[in-house]
Design a protein around this ligand. Structure first.
Ligand code: GTP
Ligand code: MG
Length: 230
């Protein structure tokens, strides 16, 4: 019963799958990192993040003003680390280098939007889609179709134009929209378990909690509607 927990450090993960040496994995991560840390790349990522954050700020101001309460409770952003890039490329059985990542990974730049209520996630998404200068490439609705483990969120991949001396270049950004309740579950599940994934009992328990949280989420929404009609 007490199986050894699967190792999650990238070097060890790779060792199991490819037999590559630890030092070679470290070298490849280092090579990817030199691109990830390049000033030019980071500036472009930051520009894409700034553009979307400005749009989200406007959307939040507009919706919050309409509803007389805060509609977006939190936004965060990140640029995917070299280590995460490496692990993901190996998982997808792709060559672990930066060029391959740029071509194949759509979440090198990520933004997370947390709202109190589920219906407002769709309103925010819709207002984002309406913006003329950003193009929605893909939507994955894990709220209507939760993952088998119980994970819920609305994922959008959008394309943002970045203007520099070199002209216009497009960047892809993954936007994850979640309710506070979905975020609570996802963050804990990720920290505790995402990288282990090995135990059916724990999986069943996590899934049960995801369902309980979802129930509470929809009750809160109903209560909100009732209160706001008063
Ligand atoms: P990966 O799942 O990252 O390999 O990429 P994908 O192309 O399959 O995209 P997907 O939409 O499934 O997931 C993208 C991101 O959503 C992940 O990097 C996580 O941040 C988040 N995510 C997806 N599934 C889960 C999950 O089961 N639990 C948690 N906590 N987060 C998840
Ligand atoms: Mg996935």
């Amino acid at each position: 019963k007490n199986q050894p927990v699967k190792k999650t450090e990238p070097e060890k993960e790779i060792n199991e799958k490819t037999g590559a040496s630890v030092s070679s994995a470290k070298e490849k991560i280092k090579a990817i990192d030199s691109f990830v840390q390049a000033v030019d790349y980071r500036l472009r990522c930051k520009a894409a993040i700034d553009i979307l954050m400005a749009k989200l700020k406007m959307i939040n101001a507009e919706l919050s003003d309409q509803k007389k309460r805060t509609v977006i409770s939190q936004t965060t952003s990140r640029i995917k680390s070299a280590e995460s890039i490496y692990v993901k490329l190996i998982k997808k059985e792709l060559t672990p280098d930066f060029e391959t990542a740029r071509k194949n990974l759509k979440d090198l730049i990520g933004i997370r939007v947390v709202c109190p209520f589920e219906d407002e996630l769709y309103q925010v998404a819709e207002l984002l889609e309406m913006q003329k200068d950003i193009r929605v490439i893909q939507i994955k609705d894990y709220i209507k179709n939760p993952k088998k483990n119980g994970y819920k969120s609305l994922h959008m991949i959008v394309e943002v134009p970045i203007y520099s001396a070199e002209g216009e270049q497009k960047e892809l950004v993954e936007i994850q929209l979640r309710t506070m309740a979905m975020d609570y579950w996802s963050v804990l599940e990720y920290e505790l378990y995402y990288k282990k994934r090995d135990d059916a009992e724990i999986e069943a328990e996590l899934k049960k909690y995801a369902e309980e949280i979802a129930k509470l989420d929809s009750r809160m929404l109903k209560l909100r509607n009732k209160i706001e009609k008063m």
